[in-house]
Design a protein around this ligand. Structure first.
Ligand SMILES: Nc1ncnc2c1ncn2[C@@H]1O[C@H](COP(=O)(O)OP(=O)(O)OP(=O)(O)O)[C@@H](O)[C@H]1O
Ligand SMILES: [Mg+2]
Length: 362
């Protein structure tokens, strides 16, 4: 090893890791390796679950663990994944996030007892059916000032049956997982850089749109809308009298662009306006309660790739709109940038999971 490489960081090959996003319509994987201070993109890939479930590509599925594992193994081979060390996503729709204010206690043990007792009141299902976790939100207490009498706690509950499904997938695959993370936390890591001002994120998946506000890097508010890209496709299919498969292809090619001879523009607008209306209602509630305004909107998920959706969203929400670019957090050959930018929103969860896994390896 040369003198300079000794000075400027270790060039020995570090371990590769992968993030696995188990979405309702497709599986996505991203493999990264740490080199010096950067995360190098080694490979990525996506495989639709539809064909394994007898539905069209882009539609949501509800497959048993063994079938998902089989698909995942196919994807690992297709994408030439070379590591087993994985982080796995948990779908937001199977979780419950609640931000609550609870009495502050000086001793950590007492604080834990207070939180775990109080949590039962906020979780509307028996605590035996969920795994419970919580974080105390950091707050700046001026030096010399007494801490406020309350702490802000983010309560997190995940259904046990969802965790057993995911564990089943990992058992049936060639991977080993060290953590399972709720997808919105993964996305925040890969696409939200704003450290202070509140940012609204819309993850438009196939079956659901995840709406949340990130403030100081933490989820301040979240909401699940059970509608997404599959509903856009179905509406185009119905209004044009074409198959779901053809509608999906047309939608991907044209999105919101108003090109003649494609499909009635109102069909795509109908679904997006309904999703956006609900997101806006939820956002207004948050903004009124917190007396705050979001500074910008980030579009992510496969639906975030929709052509000219950015302009439509900008008009709808009257805020700055950005399309997520998670691969910008990774190092990749320059010639690949345009492709990575174009498909980025679909891979936000997988990139975020791989980034966390890299942090673990340090
Ligand atoms: N180029 C595109 N234009 C418009 N929509 C697209 C495009 N590419 C993908 N989509 C849509 O995005 C959806 C899939 O998004 P994504 O992969 O984020 O979903 P998922 O993670 O499987 O679902 P969920 O998050 O709801 O579980 C599909 O409905 C698909 O039609
Ligand atoms: Mg998704």
């Amino acid at each position: 090893m040369g003198f300079l490489t000794k000075l400027f960081g270790d060039t020995k090959k570090s371990k590769s890791v992968i993030g696995v996003d188990i979405g309702s319509s497709s599986l996505k994987v991203v493999q990264l390796r740490r080199q010096g201070g950067t995360a190098v993109l080694e490979t990525y890939g996506e495989l639709a679950l539809g064909p394994y479930a007898g539905v069209e590509v882009g539609q949501a599925t509800n497959l048993p663990a063994a079938k998902i594992a089989e698909t995942l193994n196919d994807l690992l081979r297709e994408a030439n994944v070379t590591t087993k060390d994985a982080g796995i996503s948990i779908p937001f729709s199977r979780t419950l996030l609640t931000l609550v204010e609870l009495p502050r206690r000086d001793s950590p043990e007492e604080q834990k007892t207070v939180i775990e007792l109080e949590a039962r009141k906020y979780i509307p299902v028996p605590v035996t059916e969920v795994q419970l976790d919580w974080f105390i939100l950091p707050e700046a207490i001026p030096e010399g000032a007494a801490p406020p009498p309350k702490v802000q706690v983010l309560l997190v509950a995940v259904h046990n049956d969802e965790l057993s499904l995911l564990e089943g997938v990992v058992r049936g695959s060639e991977l080993s997982a060290t953590f399972y993370e709720i997808e919105i936390f993964s996305t925040i890591r890969s696409v939200v850089d704003e450290p202070v001002k509140p940012v609204l994120v819309l993850d438009i998946g196939a079956s659901a749109t995840k709406v949340y506000v990130v403030e100081h890097g933490v989820v301040a508010f979240s909401h699940n809308i059970p509608s997404g890209g599959q509903d856009v496709t179905r509406t185009i299919a119905t209004s044009q009298g074409i198959t779901v498969g053809d509608a999906e292809t047309l939608k991907k090619a044209h999105g919101f662009t108003q090109e003649a001879g494609t499909y009635d523009h109102r069909s795509i607008e109908l679904v997006f306006s309904r999703i956006f209306e609900e997101a806006k209602r939820a956002l207004t509630q948050y903004e009124m309660a917190k007396n705050a305004k979001v500074s910008c909107l980030v579009l992510t998920g496969g639906g975030g790739v929709t052509k000219e959706l950015e302009a439509y969203a900008k008009g709808f929400f009257s805020v700055d709109v950005r399309v997520a670019d998670p691969f910008s957090k990774t190092q990749a050959p320059e010639f690949m940038r345009p492709v990575l930018q174009a498909i980025g929103p679909e891979f936000a969860v997988a990139v975020g999971l791989a980034l966390r896994k890299l942090e673990e390896e340090e």
